[in-house]
Design a protein around this ligand. Structure first.
Ligand SMILES: CC(C)(COP(=O)(O)OP(=O)(O)OC[C@H]1O[C@@H](n2cnc3c(N)ncnc32)[C@H](O)[C@@H]1OP(=O)(O)O)[C@@H](O)C(=O)NCCC(=O)NCCS
Length: 167
C-alpha cells in the first residue's frame, strides 16, 4: 500500500455513530471475542470512556481519507502485556493489506508503554484471515493457549498469538 494512503488517527466525537454501526455489524461481531453493545446507551457509555482513556491506544484506521476500522492496544498485567484489537469495516472497498498495515503501524506505537514486553492477540481458531495477518507480521502462536469460549450460544475455540517487543 502506498505511503500516506492509510493513516491511524485519534478517536473523535464525530465517530460515535459510525462506531455504533461497526460494533453492531454481525460481519465484524462474529469474529470478536466480546459481544458488541446491546443498546445505543451502552455504546454511548463505552464510547465516552474511549474518548477520555489516556491509558490505551485507540485509533481509527483511515484509508484515503475514509474511516474504515479500529485498531487498539490496551495494557494488561501491570503494563507488561498489550492486548491488540483490530477490525476493518466489511463495507471497505476491497483493498488488500488494510488490516496488516494498520497492525504494523500500531506496533510502532508500543513505546508509549515502557513496561510492555509483548503484544497479544486472541483470535478464534477459524479466523484464518486474522491468523494469516498475525503470522505474516511475526506473531507466533502461544503453545498450549487454545481454549474454548461461549460466544452467543456457540462453543468456540480461541488461540493466543504474541509478538515480542524490544528484541
Ligand atoms: C482480520 C481483518 C482485520 C483482516 O483485515 P484485512 O484487511 O483483510 O487483512 P490483510 O488483507 O492485510 O491480510 C489478510 C490476509 O489473510 C489472507 N486471507 C484472506 N482470506 C483468507 C482465508 N479465507 N484464509 C486464509 N487466508 C486468508 C489474505 O490473503 C491476507 O494475506 P496475504 O496478504 O499474505 O495474502 C479483517 O478481516 C476484519 O476486520 N475481520 C473481522 C474482525 C476480525 O476478525 N478482527 C480480528 C479479531 S482477532
Amino acid at each position: 500500500m502506498d505511503d500516506g494512503v492509510l493513516e491511524l488517527r485519534d478517536l473523535l466525537e464525530s465517530d460515535r455513530d459510525l462506531l455504533f454501526s461497526w460494533r453492531t455489524d454481525e460481519r465484524i461481531n462474529f469474529w470478536m471475542l466480546r459481544d458488541g453493545p446491546e443498546s445505543k446507551t451502552e455504546h454511548d457509555q463505552w464510547f465516552g470512556r474511549q474518548l477520555v482513556d489516556r491509558e490505551s491506544v485507540f485509533r481509527v484506521i483511515v484509508l484515503r481519507g475514509i474511516p474504515v476500522g479500529i485498531v487498539s492496544l490496551h495494557a494488561e498485567g501491570g503494563g507488561q502485556m498489550l492486548s491488540l484489537g483490530i477490525y476493518v469495516s466489511a463495507d471497505t472497498i476491497p483493498a488488500k493489506g488494510v488490516g496488516s498495515e494498520a497492525v504494523a503501524k500500531v506496533l510502532r506505537l508500543t513505546d508509549v508503554f515502557p513496561a510492555a514486553r509483548c503484544v497479544k492477540a486472541e483470535v478464534f481458531s477459524d479466523n484464518l484471515r486474522a491468523i494469516r495477518l498475525y503470522e505474516r507480521l511475526g506473531f507466533t502462536r502461544v503453545a498450549g493457549s487454545e481454549r474454548e469460549v461461549l460466544k452467543g450460544n456457540a462453543q468456540r475455540s480461541v488461540v493466543c498469538y504474541e509478538f515480542l517487543l524490544g528484541g
